[in-house]
Every structure is written in structure tokens, then in C-alpha cells.
Write a protein that binds this ligand. Sequence first.
Ligand code: NAD
Length: 469
Amino acid sequence: MQVAIVGSGYVGLVAAACLAEIGHTAVCIDNDAAKIAALERGDPPIHEEFLPVLLERHRGKTLHFTTSLEEGIRKSAIIFIAVPTPPSESGDADVSVVESVCQDIARRMNGFRLVVVKSTVPAGTNNWIRRVLQRNGVQAHCFDAASNPEFLREGTAVTDFLYPDRIVLGCDCGRAAEMLKQVYQPLLDGSYAASKNAIPAPDDALVPARLILTSSASAELIKQGSNAFLAMKISFINAVANICEATDADIEEVVDGIGSDQRIGRKFLKPGIGYGGSCFPKDLLAFRAVARDQGYDFRLLEEVKRINEEQRRLFLRKVRGALWTLKGKRLAVLGLAYKGGTDDIRESPAIGIVQALLREGCEIVAYDPAAMKRAKAEFQPCCSIRFTETAYEAAADADALLVLAEWEEFAALDLERLREQLKHPIVIDGRNVYSREQMRKAGFCYFSVGRPETQPDVRSAIQSSDAAA
Ligand code: NAD
């Protein structure tokens, strides 16, 4: 099929590349000319595993890029909208870009089109899209509108798209449902997974993908409800982690016990410095606003947000607790992205923490495997922050090392080498990347989230310094 995707960001670009991968011809439209030029050259503007492979396979063949909406939608029967829906002042999702794209589509339509919203939007958006298309001169029989929320996670976006837990199609008429089922057929019948050059499926992939067919309003609510629930899971386990710290319990053991209950499950029970990114914070606010507009005060969501913000403050307290005064201390920071595996720093707790430490007079030496370019732009040149090419360089002569994003690269560091770089063997881990035992043996004073403080094993520290001598 011929499909168009408006918006070439984390969602739009990944969707377009994956739709080309499963056999369609996709054209990706964006109003950012520099981004489109980079994509035409084959430079992915985001860090995402397998995306370069898909661009290499399909760019210029069944995957095209343009800044022209008209050119993009001319031959495409299906138009996916994947533009931003940022929070407005009051917390509601600002869907004005979605509306203006629909107005533009209406003016340029030259035959039947199915307009599908992939952006995360409040319930009722599909009804507005129908109204906007009609108000801009499109007759009711010339279009359908549908909702197809996206559940991909940055860092594993390509495999999430190709091997999703579920595909939710919110369609209020049979024709839209049939067209969208055809788009996803290779994922729904397992033929993509069985194909020779398929991107490898993750171990826990559900093949074939489960189809969930709903009304458009339900699909819109499924997306907002899912993100709010996931944010709640994170805040819940963070609150439990705080109680663990106060009672000398170990959150890893507690999570093992809680998560073994199949009704609860282990996923997303990962304590840390809180969630961030471009989705959870804004989707939580937007969901609360939807509830408020319907006369329901969803206060639980406010509490989820409060716990999340508190988590950063508690981490800063932990840093002070480990180092006493902060002014003039040099701190190595590993991880600036809002989580491991992505270069996205939007609403990154790591950036917020670094900014707070700079305000307290610390000198920061930071390293992130992918987010450095974006992070550099966040700080004024006069800030006391330097960026390095490796984690070891960041650690050189630092008073302590802070881990703020859970990159696999950090888990695999040579701990002895790391310790030798540091002025003092102090690690404050906001993501529980290391085990306490591992850090004790490696000779660190180790502070993490929801686990008792760990002091170095003096014997192994002496042995390793003897060996070095
Ligand atoms: P993004 O900021 O990475 O990308 C959006 C793209 O849209 C940008 O390239 C921008 O230049 C382009 N754009 C803006 N206005 C445009 C216009 N008028 N015409 C053409 N292009 C335009 O955003 P994203 O992270 O891909 O998110 C898009 C939507 O998907 C949001 O609603 C988001 O909540 C939702 N979503 C995001 C994720 C995620 O992990 N990032 C996951 C699921 C859903």
C-alpha cells in the first residue's frame, strides 16, 4: 500500500521506516527542511537501534522524504499524523498542530483518504478531525478518520513497532478498519517475523501481534490510560523504594517478591530518579485534564507527578548525604538522556539534576553514549560543565560519580579502572545499574535507590592495590 506519514520524529520516522520494511511504500513528510535533507542523505536524526539498517534498505526505494504535504499525500490513500502534541499552560494536550495538519490535508486532498492519528491525543480528537475536514470542504464520503495510537518506546522503537504487544485500531466504520488491518497484515499474521531478512524479534515478542479493534474514542483513551498507568507504576515503586531506605530493606528483594505475583508482574517496577521524556509527563497532565473536563477530579495522577518530582529532590539529598558540601566539588555524571538507549533529553531527570548541581556550585564532567550533542545545547557556555568522550575520562579526578541513565554500556564498565580514575571511590547510582555486591567487591562506597548504603570490601580493595603494585 502507499502510505504517508506527517511528522518525521521518533514516532513518524520509525513508523515510516517500519511500514516500508513490512512491504509498503511510505513517504515521510516534515516541515523541518534540515531534517528532511539529513534523511534524504541517509543520516538518521535520532539514535535508535536498527533505524540505520531500515534507512539503508528502503531509502530512495520504498521510503521517501519530503517537506511538501501536497507531494506526500498525492498518491497515498492512508495518511498517518505523527506530529507533536505538547502540554499547554493548563496541562491539556495542545492539539493545534494536529488541527492545522488536517486543514492542510483537506485543502490538498484529491480523492478518498483515510486520516489516521498516531499522535497521542485526548479522547474525542477523531470527532474533531472529521469536523475539521468537513469544515474545510471535504465531503463526508471522501474520507474516514481513525485512531492508531503508538506504543513504541524510545531505544527499542523499531522492534517495538515490528513486534508490538498489541496493535490498537480505533475505527468508527468498517472501511477504515479493513484498510488499517491490511496495513498491519504482515505483523498480524506473523509473515513478517517469518521472513528471511526480518529484524530479529526480541526474546519475549508476541508473534503474531494481537489486534485490538475499538472505537476511536476508546483507542485514544487506551493510549492515555496506558501511559498514566505506567507512570503510576514507576512512582509507586519509587515510593516503596523510599520506605525501603528508611527501614533498611532492599528494594531489589522487595520488587522480586512483589513482581512475582502474576497479577502485578516485574516490568516497570524499577526504582530510580523518576520518569521523564516527551510522553509520560505530558500524557499524565493531559489525561488529568481530560478527566477534569468531564467533571472528574483524577487526583491520583497529581500524586503520581508529585512523587516523581520528589524523587529528583531525594536524589540530590543523597548526593549531599554522600559528599557533605557540594560547592566546588567535581562530579562525574554518566547519562544525560531521559533513559538509556535514546538520545532524547526532553524532560530528562538527569538534566534537571545536573542543573540543580550546577546551581549549588558543583563542577560537572558528563558523558552520555548518545545524548551529548542535544545535552550540550541545554547548557550556557559559561556553565561549569564539560563533556567527555568516555565514561572513564568523565571520572578522572572526580570527587564522586553519579549514574543518571541506565545505559548497558555503564553496566559493562571496568569498575576497577573506573575506581582508579576517581579521586574518591564514591558512586551514587540513580538507576540501580550495579549490584551492591559487585560495588562492594570493587571497593566503592555505593549509594543507590531503595537499597542500603554499601561500604567497600577492604580486603578486596587491598588485594587489588597489591596486585597493581
Ligand atoms: P517529535 O518531536 O520527535 O517529532 C515530531 C515531528 O513533527 C518533528 O520532526 C516536527 O518537525 C514535525 N512537525 C511538527 N509540525 C509539523 C507540521 N505542521 N507538518 C509536518 N511536520 C511537522 O515527536 P514524537 O516523539 O515523534 O511524538 C509525536 C507524537 O507521538 C506525540 O503526540 C507523542 O506524544 C506521540 N508518541 C511519542 C512517543 C515517543 O516515544 N516519542 C511514543 C508514542 C507516542
